[in-house]
Design a protein around this ligand. Structure first.
Ligand code: FES
Ligand code: FES
Length: 186
């Protein structure tokens, strides 16, 4: 069976692994690259526990042939934290008790990250839609949905806090305006 070297940018770092035609991205990540955050649940595309980002979009990695991701960017749960510092979504899950056994959590968080990247202010229905491919057998989903909405609010708050306020002041007076603000040339 032909073996191919797959090159990818994994969580921002250039990595490579050997793949047969039947090797899935999930198995490549877990067995060859040591990224065990993505979980093997159904291996049929039905549970979402293996969700990773492929060029920024969430995919179920158990259905992605590894040879097709050559040259792509792949993001996993391991790439979200900064050392011991959790991402805002991870912290919201922790603070909101949105995980129990934890098996679904990496996939849930990756789906949430993808949602917040394209929609920083989602509605509850949009959160439901975003995680509709992720199955949780423990939490009943409500803490997860609440955590994602909380993470979105935290992220918006952090962005607002780092955006300098601009004091535009009064509109500038141009050569075409009189001191009363009326155009002088009409
Ligand atoms: S393990 Fe991939 S969707 Fe279930
Ligand atoms: S926390 Fe157990 S499956 Fe979701």
């Amino acid at each position: 069976m032909t073996v191919k070297i797959v090159n990818l940018k994994l969580n921002g770092v250039d990595r490579a692994f050997m793949a047969r035609p039947d090797t899935t991205l999930l198995l490549g990540l877990r067995d060859q690259l040591g990224m065990t955050g993505a979980k093997r649940g159904c291996a049929q595309g039905a549970c979402g526990s293996c969700t990773v980002l492929l060029d920024g979009s969430p995919v179920v990695s158990c259905l992605v042939p590894a040879v097709t991701v050559d040259g792509c960017a792949v993001g996993t749960i391991e790439g979200l934290s900064d050392g011991q510092a959790l991402s805002d979504v991870q912290q919201a899950f922790l603070d909101g008790f949105a995980t129990q056994c934890g098996f679904c959590t990496p996939g849930m968080i990756i789906s949430a990250e993808a949602l917040l990247e394209r929609n920083p202010d989602p509605t509850t229905d949009e959160v439901h839609e975003a995680i509709s491919g992720n199955v949780c057998r423990c939490t009943g989903y409500e803490p997860i949905v609440t955590a994602i909405l909380d993470a979105a609010a935290r992220r918006r708050g952090a962005i607002a806090a780092t955006t300098p306020e601009t004091d535009a002041g009064p509109p500038p007076t141009t050569a075409y305006e009189s001191s009363e603000g009326m155009r002088a040339d009409v």
